[in-house]
Every structure is written in C-alpha cells, then in structure tokens.
Design a protein around this ligand. Structure first.
Ligand code: GDP
Length: 461
C-alpha cells in the first residue's frame, strides 16, 4: 500500500469511528409483560427481518440503506448475556413454545450497519455502525425507587394498606396473624431468617395471583447474587407495631436502610444512569381480565415506575444519579390478542393509565410515546359472517388446549372502566401459543417497525 493509500485508509477509518455511535437501550416491564418476547423479536427483526415489506415504517430499511445487524462478539464476559439463541430456538421449535421469562439483569450487544443518508457523511465513509446495547431488567426493580424517599415506617404503612385490599386479603391474613403474635423483643438471626422466608413466600404467592403488581422489595422475589445477604431479611411489620421502639423494629429499619443504600442506589447508579432510551412494556389486557382491583394496582405500579422517568432539576433522581434517558416508549403488549380495530382503544387505555402520573410531574425530562404492539404476532385477523353480518375476528392456537380457535375477543375500553362495569362484564382476552415460523422467515409482529423507528430511526440517518 502506498503512503497515499495508507493515508486515505486511515482517514476513512477515523471518519468511520467518528460516525459510529453507541446507544444503550433499556427494556423493562413488570413480570409477564413481554420483555423476553420483545427483545428476542427486536433482535431477530434487526438481524434477519430487514425486508421493506416486513418493516414498512422503519425508515432505514424502507430507504434501502440498512446493511444488516449481527450479534457482537465483543460483549464483556462479566455481564450476564441475554439468552437470545435459546429463546429463538423455543420460538422456532416444533412445536413452538414461548421462551422462559426474564428473571434478572442481562445484556445483548449488536452491531447495526447502514449507509448514511447525509451526503457529507456518505462521502467520508460508505457505511456507519450503530453499536446497540440492549439491557433487560425486571420492572419490579423500578418499584424500589420510591423506597429511597420513604422511611421504614412509611413503607410498612404503605404495604399493609395494599395487603388489606380485597384481592390480597385472603393471602395476607395468615401472615398478619403471625406478625401480631410476634415477640418484638426477639431480633435474633433465626427469627429474622424465618420471618423473611415467610414474607418472601407471601410475595411469591402474590405474584402468582393475577393482577398483583406492587410486590416490594423487588430483590426479595429475585435475589440473584444477593441471596442470603442479611439486608434481604426484610418485611413490613404491622402499622400498630411501629409506635414503640423495639429490637425487632430497630433491626428491620437497619436492614431497610442497607437495602436502599446497597441495592436500590447502586442499581440506579450503575445501570439505570447509563441507559439512553427506555422501553416500558405493559400488559393491559391481562389486567383487564383480572378485574378492577388489578387495573387499579397496575395504575398505581405505573405511577411508581413513572417516577424513574421524571427527573426535573430538583428531583431526587437528578440529584442522586444524573440519568440521561431521552426517550421512553410505553408499549401495550400482546396486541395480537385483540382484533386490529381495537388497537387504538388499547393505546388510549395505556395513555390513560399513564396520564395521572404525567400530569402530576413538574418536569418530565424524557420524551415519551405510547403505542400498542405485538412483539410476536400469534394470531391472524379476518372476518366471519354471522347472522348475515360481517364480524371481525382473530384466529390462533389457544394456549390452554392447543386448539385452533376463531373468535371476536371483545372490545377494549378506551378509558379506565368504572368498578361497576366489572360486575356486569367479564373481560376474557385470549392467550395463544406462538405461531409456527419457518427457519428463514422473519418473526411476524404488530408495529415492531414503528417501535424500531421511534427508538433507533434518528440514529440510523
Ligand atoms: P417477561 O416476564 O416480561 O419477560 O414476559 P415474556 O416475554 O416471557 O412474556 C410472558 C408471556 O406473555 C409469554 O410466555 C407469552 O405467553 C406472552 N407474550 C409475550 N409477548 C407476546 C406477544 O407479542 N404476543 C402474544 N400473543 N403473546 C405474548
């Protein structure tokens, strides 16, 4: 290579590096919201689904400038890796099955290559790269943020107010009885271990109950590397046990402070503060199926989650962690469980669920968007003739018995239904098995191209 070629090569490389960008995209949502399915689909669309007819609203693909995506082989070995290959194998298996859900923190790095649209950029380098880091974490961890503002006593009061709601009462009553009979002078390790185990069991039972979303603290359900740490020996005493100081109250307050200091704050500092864009997935349809109390609790949980995205100049988040999230996509998932003309109502419903917290925020730093989507479309839509009338319907393999059903799943309310409506009407949106997809085919979806455009479009120009 002559010195001139070398110089040109180096200039190109420098230009290339200057044009390359990095983006950290966080994906979260409460348990079962659809994070695993969403990430698996997103990665598959970027690596194998880049056909204009498959992603019509994803500009870079539509304009023929997308050169492809691949998994990075430079991902640090110390970071838990999102099990993309295993998840895809479940979806493409015969029979296809849904992948195992998210239980902790993981990351997947991708390299996306594209032709710059800008002439100047294109003259410097014939392609650019976006290094995309996808970060998956349980939405339950965001429910821990409010703990930083509460004292242990306030948290106990909040918890018992919730546990005494009708839909939680039956499960929590035996634990309340157990606490009421406690000797508060005994703060020994065996007593704390036993009580914490019983409280963790109660949280697990709550989680299995449809429509309970506010299960704090988040790490008691998913302890990960913290399993066995004394600060996880945490539980809310009954409000009436807080009036007088006692050894048990002191010990639990101490564990609560340690949990805030060594679990909640580090999560925000090390992980959350490095995220550039965030997706929050919400399964509104399952909450409607579970009834009024479930919808009310989902709204409450979302209000707490929203606090993580409201970091005006005087907010606690801004003071403590300097977050930099500039865009948040709130997505109502599993839109393939309803007929397409209901998607608008599903979006409006999610908007309403989020509206209260948005209204009350003095300053929302991040730009946000709300949409209804299905990461993996498991149904097909069409019409049937019923009593001489054309009726919209969807078909899919019912999860409970694997039978192919064709049905009209019902209307989605465009606003929060009043409590009385649930007494007259039972929502019963279906649940489907994943579709059979051939190996070379892209995964079918609803509006993943819109999501990609919102999240990455401006970075691929
Ligand atoms: P996670 O707990 O947030 O990781 O949730 P998952 O991604 O594991 O999803 C939980 C369940 O929701 C899956 O097992 C599927 O049954 C269902 N699901 C998730 N995404 C979709 C989707 O796009 N369409 C349909 N029909 N079902 C979905």
């Amino acid at each position: 290579m002559s010195w001139l070629d070398m110089l040109q090569h180096q200039t190109r490389q420098l230009g290339q590096r200057a044009l390359d960008q990095q983006l950290r995209l966080g994906i979260t949502g409460l348990s079962g919201a659809g994070k695993t399915a969403f990430i698996t689909s997103l990665v598959h669309q970027l690596c194998s689904g880049d056909l204009p007819e498959h992603l019509p609203f994803f500009e870079v693909v539509q304009q023929g400038r997308y050169l492809g995506g691949r998994l990075s082989n430079e991902q640090p070995l110390s970071i838990p890796r999102f099990a993309y290959e295993r998840n895809l194998a479940s979806l493409l298996g015969n029979p296809a099955s849904w992948p195992v859900s998210t239980i902790g923190w993981s990351q997947l790095d991708l390299q996306l290559r594209y032709k710059p649209r800008n002439r100047l950029r294109a003259s410097i380098s014939h392609h650019s790269e976006l290094h995309l880091q996808i970060i998956d974490y349980p939405g339950e961890w965001l429910l821990d943020l409010p703990l930083l503002r509460q004292s242990y006593q306030q948290w106990c009061e909040f918890s018992w107010q919730l546990f005494r709601q009708p839909h939680r009462q039956a499960l929590s009553a035996p634990f309340a009885k157990r606490l009421a009979a406690l000797n508060l002078q005994d703060a020994s390790v065996p007593q704390l271990q036993q009580l914490a185990a019983e409280y963790a069991e109660l949280l697990t039972q709550f989680r299995q109950l449809a429509g309970t979303y506010l299960n704090q603290p988040g790490r008691l359900l998913v302890p990960g590397e913290l399993a066995g740490a004394p600060m996880l020996q945490l539980l809310p005493l009954l409000p009436e046990q807080l009036a007088q100081a006692s050894p048990l109250l002191n010990k639990l307050s101490e564990h609560y402070s340690s949990y805030c200091q060594f679990v909640v704050k580090p999560f925000y500092k090390q992980h959350f503060a490095s995220i550039d864009r965030q997706v929050v997935l919400v399964d509104c349809l399952s909450a409607l199926n579970a009834g009024h109390a479930a919808m009310a609790e989902l709204q409450q949980a979302l209000a707490l989650i929203m606090q993580s995205f409201q970091y005006g100049p005087s907010s606690l988040l801004r003071r403590l962690f300097q977050p930099r999230i500039s865009r948040v996509l709130f997505a109502a998932t599993k839109a393939d469980h309803v007929t397409p003309e209901q998607h608008k109502a599903l979006t409006l419903l999610l908007q309403q669920l989020l509206q209260q917290p948005i209204k009350h925020s003095h300053y929302a730093a991040a730009h946000s968007e709300v949409m209804a989507l299905a990461a993996i479309r498991a149904s097909s839509s069409g019409t049937v003739r019923q009593d001489g009338q054309l009726q919209l319907c969807i078909s899919g393999l019912q999860r409970s018995d694997s039978l192919l059903v064709t049905l009209f799943p019902g209307e989605v309310p465009a606003s929060l239904p009043p409590a009385e409506l649930y007494q007259q009407h039972h929502f019963a949106f279906p649940d489907f098995l994943p579709p059979a997809v051939a190996l070379q085919q892209p995964l079918p979806h609803v509006r993943m191209d819109h999501a990609l455009q919102y999240l990455l479009g401006d970075k691929l120009r």
